[in-house]
Write a protein that binds this ligand. Structure first.
Ligand SMILES: Cc1cc2nc3c(=O)[nH]c(=O)nc-3n(C[C@H](O)[C@H](O)[C@H](O)COP(=O)(O)O)c2cc1C
Length: 143
């Protein structure tokens, strides 16, 4: 049974819907899961870093950035501690083209992390087929 931490931020609920779809799959797949809204301050970083899989969800914010208040500082703090970790990135975007995710992936790979699955982005509110895809990914990650 995989130990997983999923941590996300969402302003208007789109990334949260994605997070919940991944959560559903992780649970169905039998993962031992910590599911955390980064704003609530309950993230245990040591426990997260000891997990088999770490899922991070952030929408595109600012100018093709991840959330500036919580996720950017978290990434800066974690840095090389992510080396060798299996990470899955997801998030919603709007008027852009998903560039924020390419930048985020590059950053996380630069820390030495591995992609547990290719990042997934959804334009604004995720459609049902996107949510199903995320649930399937969650199931696979749980194994
Ligand atoms: C302040 C702000 C900045 C944004 N910047 C971008 C951006 O750079 N690129 C983009 O594609 N979408 C951008 N968006 C759109 C959001 O990423 C999009 O609405 C997303 O679905 C929000 O997800 P959430 O509901 O999880 O917060 C921005 C939205 C806001 C409010």
């Amino acid at each position: 049974m995989a130990k997983v931490t999923l941590v996300y931020w969402s302003g208007t609920g789109n990334t949260e819907s994605m997070a919940k779809a991944v959560q559903k799959g992780l649970k169905e797949g039998g993962a031992e899961l910590d599911f955390i809204d980064i704003e609530d301050g309950s993230l245990n970083k040591e426990k997260m870093l000891a997990c088999d899989i770490i899922c991070f969800g952030s929408p595109a914010c600012g100018s093709e950035q991840i959330n500036e208040d919580y996720f950017e500082p978290l990434m800066e703090e974690l840095g090389d501690k992510l080396s060798g970790k299996n990470v899955f990135l997801f998030g919603s975007f709007g008027h852009g083209d998903g560039e924020f995710m390419d930048t985020w992936k590059e950053q996380v790979l630069g820390f030495g992390a591995k992609m547990a699955h290719e990042p997934v982005i959804a334009e604004e509110e995720p459609e049902d087929d996107m949510l199903e895809k995320l649930t399937e990914i969650g199931k696979k990650l749980a194994k």
